[in-house]
Design a protein around this ligand. Structure first.
Ligand SMILES: [Zn+2]
Length: 307
């Protein structure tokens, strides 16, 4: 039986948001089974709660933003990747601003923070999002395809016409140790020209060589260089893991992404959730894996199903 997990105790960190450049504090607190991941804007009147669900995505062009025009939280993907990577199902994340701090641009500091808090196993089974038939979204030469498979396996490929990037391809089999070693330390990246254009438009104001890999036409500007020769595709995998956490339960299936983005990840999740014959929630050892059942329309119905 796979049991749901949360934190042993609350833990806090501070930093700046990469886009607004403003300081924010995040407090990650334990939460009961079947809560999922909740963001709470404690700086706003009434402390609005924003569930980390793909139905709550309001913007996915530069980062993934959840909520509404009145209450939103942006750049959630690296923290969500750390939680998903460490198989933490339930947490209440209190944020004092519109953006999760970027820290070093990877999920590494969040992983260290979650370990410091400690991980607690709960007495409820974890459900999985089991693929029943292939689903794909295509946008020109970009695509995201999933196929049924007995375990999860993610393959990501990118192709940037830049001497430091080029074609990179990575396959990742989810596991907490593999995530910490291979994926979590990979930093976000941007091109100097693009960063300057964004900053002229009031975005990426917190962006610097301390929290992103920055490239000019010739190469990487960060004096310390790269953490992995293929750090770029590793970060794309990190973003995918963080975005897929918005399904609410770990996905079981073979996932292939080519030239993906937050927007493509989001389009895929919307498509998948609409095609209700393509998946079902599965609880290992209580139900056979491949027996077709009537899929439940919303992952949140699990509580009723278990009651
Ligand atoms: Zn990212």
């Amino acid at each position: 039986m796979h049991f749901q997990r949360t934190l042993k105790r609350a833990i806090a960190c501070q930093g700046i948001g990469i886009h607004a450049g403003r300081p924010a504090q995040v407090v990650i607190k334990p939460a009961p089974a079947n809560t999922g991941i909740l963001f709470v804007r404690t700086d706003l009147p009434g402390s609005p709660v924003i569930p980390a669900r793909s139905s709550r995505v309001v913007e996915s062009s530069l980062a993934t933003t959840l909520g509404s025009d009145q209450a939103y939280v942006s750049t959630v993907e690296h923290l969500l990747a750390a939680l998903a990577g460490l198989q933490i199902d339930n947490a209440r994340i209190e944020v004092t601003g519109p953006e999760v701090p970027i820290l070093d641009g990877s999920a590494g500091p969040f992983v260290a923070l979650l370990h410091k808090a400690g991980i607690k196993t709960l007495r409820w089974p974890r459900a999985f999002f089991l693929l029943q038939r292939p689903v794909e979204v295509v946008d020109g030469d970009k695509y995201l395809r999933v196929e049924p498979a007995p375990t999860a396996k993610f393959t990501y490929s990118i192709d940037f016409p830049h001497p430091s990037i080029g074609c990179q391809k990575l396959t990742f089999v989810p596991g907490t140790k593999a995530f910490q070693r291979q994926i979590a330390p990979a930093r976000t990246f941007g091109f100097l020209q693009e960063v300057q254009r964004l900053q002229a438009n009031g975005l990426a104001l917190g962006g610097s060589l301390d929290n992103a890999i920055v490239l000019d036409a010739a190469g990487v500007l960060n004096p310390e260089g790269l953490r992995f020769p293929d750090e770029f595709v590793r970060h794309k995998m990190l973003d995918l893991i963080g975005d897929l956490a918005l399904l609410g339960w770990p996905l079981i299936g073979q996932v292939r992404v080519h030239k993906g983005s937050h927007a493509l990840h989001q389009k895929f999740m919307q498509t998948l959730l609409q095609q209700q014959d393509a998946w079902r929630l599965w609880i290992p050892e209580t139900q056979p894996a491949w027996r077709p059942t009537i899929p439940m329309p919303q992952p949140l119905r699990l509580r009723t199903a278990l009651a």
